[in-house]
Write a protein that binds this ligand. Sequence first.
Ligand code: PEP
Length: 250
Amino acid sequence: MSRNYYIAGNWKMHKTRAEAAELAKALAAQLKGGKHKYLVAPSFTSLEAVGAVVKGTNILLGAQNCAPEEQGAHTGEVSVLQLKDLGVQAVILGHSERRHIYKEDDALINKKVKLVLQHGLEVILCVGELLEEREAGRAEAVCETQTVKGLEGVSAADLGRVTIAYEPVWAIGTGKTATPEDADAIHAYIRKVIGKLYGPAAAEQMIIQYGGSVKPENAAQLMAKENIDGALVGGAALKAETFVPIAQFS
Ligand code: PEP
């Protein structure tokens, strides 16, 4: 398997600029020379401060969301052009908190995915089922729909800048982690969906991160699974002492 591991930290609505820059400095020092791909996604307000720290390091600068339009009368939104201007290299889209708290649907997420790719940035597209959907045996179907609709109209050439994050909603911020076997089964299914859409080579190359209460104690077991290619980390990404061991799992 030739896929590289990709570990991303989603800092959500945490940290002032000074706190964010301090964490970024610790990560830049401790992950220097690290063998995987790394990204941190601070709040919009800290992007410039964190960008100044991670510039020229092996840590990419990510944003947690962006508007579905380039510019215009969209009070409270932040555009991909503004993110690019700050040096943002990747945007997390379709996070479950955006889908379920802010009611973003697949069509809106797809619009954002295409816009971000059109401007040359990378995308982390999050998919994942609710607990009731899992209990009703619909986990695969939900992830398939979110993957297919999220990628509608994305060319095979642009797919190389897309990472998928499988994040079962019931595991996010709850301390409950999917078992490595359950997570791997959904990752394999998503890979099959990519294969149907883009062919076997694209499926083989697709990086699929797992997200949902990843911690230093469970990272290695998850990452040992054939179809798990990294992690999207929330709570444990807020401190260097918990993010670094995940990023350096062995
Ligand atoms: C996330 O927000 O993407 C996430 C996976 O959070 P946590 O690690 O806290 O469950």
